[in-house]
Design a protein around this ligand. Structure first.
Ligand code: COA
Length: 162
């Protein structure tokens, strides 16, 4: 992601977030948690992240016909070999066209290239499209995280890269 991609990224991620809340998370994930997450997807936060030149974080965007349609970002913790994917999302109008899979494959390839032995993410059990995507790329459910954030249960899914 470059500075020029920020506005498109914010738009795609915000719309994806609102869409999944309405379709999957409502009743499972508190509205205040959803609004908090939404507030974090802002131009200021992404600009700050890019300005910080933090070498551990990675940001990938997907572009289609000159527009940003999705993004994935996470962090590799020093030389530990552990990559944590914070988020992957695709604009609702561009889903089911292979974009999410390409983004996730890029994250896996990048993590491997950086010497990581493992990549993990936390997700909700109601996010069926995301769960199917993770399983397709070889992630497996590793742990059930009871009352994790906002007192909601999450699932940790992981893929070992060696
Ligand atoms: C999860 C998400 C990123 C997938 O992106 P996408 O571009 O639509 O996915 P792709 O077209 O690359 O699909 C890849 C695979 O994912 C799975 N998948 C994607 N959407 C699916 C759906 N609606 N139902 C079932 N499986 C789905 C399938 O296994 C698919 O492979 P297939 O086409 O061979 O069946 C997208 O649905 C999204 O942005 N969701 C909202 C954000 C989100 O939930 N992020 C994860 C938070 S933990």
């Amino acid at each position: 992601m470059t500075a020029m991609d920020i506005d498109g990224t914010v738009r795609a991620l915000r719309e994806a977030k609102i869409d999944i809340f309405n379709r999957f998370e409502r009743g499972h994930y508190p509205k205040r948690a959803h609004l908090f997450d939404l507030s974090r997807i802002s131009r200021e936060n992404y600009q700050r992240a890019l300005d910080s030149k933090d070498k551990e974080s990675y940001y990938f965007v997907a572009e289609m016909n000159g527009r940003i349609v999705g993004a994935a970002y996470g962090r590799i913790f020093g030389k530990s070999g552990f990559s944590f994917l914070h988020s992957v999302a695709v604009h609702p109008s561009k889903q089911r066209q292979g974009v999410g899979e390409k983004l996730l494959r890029e994250v896996v390839a990048y993590s491997r290239k950086q010497g990581c032995h493992k990549i993990s993410l936390n997700t909700l059990q109601v996010l069926i499209p995301a769960l199917k995507l993770y399983l397709k790329l070889g992630f497996v459910p590793e742990a059930y995280l009871r009352k994790q954030w906002w007192k909601v249960d999450f699932i940790q899914m992981s893929k070992w890269l060696n």
